[in-house]
Every structure is written in C-alpha cells, then in structure tokens.
Write a protein that binds this ligand. Structure first.
Ligand SMILES: [Zn+2]
Length: 227
C-alpha cells in the first residue's frame, strides 16, 4: 500500500513539473512596447533643438507627453506588456546634434529593444486656435492596421477626433516594427489644453489605446498561426 502511494506521489510530481515546463516553453511571450514621449533633446552646446509646442499659458509639450507616457505605461504593464522609454523623468533631456538625428536614434532604440510596437506620444499645435482633437500618424504599410484599430477604439470613447494621417517622418522611416504617433490634442486650443491636463481624459485615451493594441496583437497572432 505504501509503495503504491509512493508511486502515485512520484507520478503526480512528474506531471506537475511537466506542466510547469510546458507552460514556460509555450506561454505567449510578453509584447514589448517602446514609448517615445517626444521632444526634449539638447545638442553638445547645451542648446535645445527639439522643444515641441507650447500653449499660450505656457504649458510645454515636452512635460505633458512625459506625464501621458508614464500614465499609459501603467496600463500597458497591467495588461502584461513590457515597456521601455526613450526618455523618462530621470533622463528628461536626450542628446543629439539635430532633430532628425534624435528621431532616428529613438527609432533605433526601439529596434534595439526588439519592440513589437514603437509608440510615439505628442501634442499638436496649429496657427488656428479652432483646431482640436486626437490624431494618429503612421507611415509604413505595416503600421496602417495598427493606426486604424487604435483610432477605432479612441473614437468609441466619444472624444473629439482630428483624423488619421499618413506622413513620412524620420522616426517612422527608421523603425523596423509597426510604429504610430498619437497627438493627444492641440495645445493651441484652450479646451484641448484643459483636457490634456485632465486625468480622466488621459485615462480614457490610455484605456482605448491599450484595448486597441490588444486587438491588434490578437489579430496579428491569429494571422501568424493560420500561416
Ligand atoms: Zn510634438
């Protein structure tokens, strides 16, 4: 009887270890998102070369996008995604001799981290103070689907939408993986400026972006499996 029990326990332990091993081998890998809060680069002379926009009241894009990226990162991490930043509060200023060199370097950083998505965070500005809303920019064909899915989720929140645009930017050109740039609103419009500082607005957009990314990954992974 004792020997039988012993055998049973050994088989049980073997099965448990096998399950743990199989799970560790086949579990879906975490998606890697490189978040790129725009601007804030200085050259070797200490001159700011990539300042970004600024509202009439003095709100700076380079501060806002860092806050937005940080809040978005919490949601991404909660949803089991891995996040890297091109700059953060401890490394506020980047170093580059030109705006193009800086944007190339950000894309190459995303490539070096093997990012599944390179997500660029910006705020917009226009000479017309009437312009408002969220827009998404994309350039390479591999990013079109991503831009459309994320925008589809943002539209569902009921926020003002500016549009979705194909635009050739240096940061897109050097990115090897899908990449989009989200303009969260216009700092040249007072109502948008208030929203950009509003926790609920950023939370709503962050939730929609995370949902969009998850839908995009599900769709993409399904296609890979079918192949
Ligand atoms: Zn910008």
């Amino acid at each position: 009887m004792r020997i039988k029990n012993c055998k049973f326990i050994i088989i049980l332990i073997y099965l448990i270890f096998s399950c743990v091993f199989l799970y560790s081998v086949y579990k879906p890998s975490r998606k890697i998102i490189v978040l790129d809060p725009g601007h804030a680069a200085k050259n070797s002379k200490g001159r700011i070369i990539n300042y970004g926009c600024r509202s009439k009241s003095g709100t700076r894009e380079l501060d806002l996008v860092l806050d937005i990226a940080e809040r978005l990162s919490y949601k991404l991490i909660q949803n089991d995604m891995m996040v890297y930043f091109t700059r953060d509060k401890r490394h506020f200023w980047r170093h580059a001799e030109s705006q193009n060199a800086d944007n190339q370097d950000r894309a190459e950083f995303a490539n070096s981290k093997n990012a599944d998505i390179f997500l660029r965070i910006h705020c917009n500005w226009s000479v017309s103070s009437k312009c408002r809303g969220v827009s998404i920019l994309w350039y390479k064909d591999d990013s079109k689907d991503l831009a459309e899915i994320v925008m589809g989720e943002i539209e569902k929140t009921g926020v003002i939408i500016d549009g979705i645009f194909k635009k050739e930017l240096v940061g897109f050109r050097y990115a090897e993986k899908p990449s989009i740039l989200i303009e969260f609103g216009y700092l040249s419009n007072e109502e948008d400026e208030k929203l950009l500082k509003d926790d609920e607005y950023i939370k709503k957009l962050s939730d929609a972006i995370v949902k969009g990314l998850k839908i995009y990954f599900e769709k993409k992974d399904e296609i890979v499996v079918e192949k």
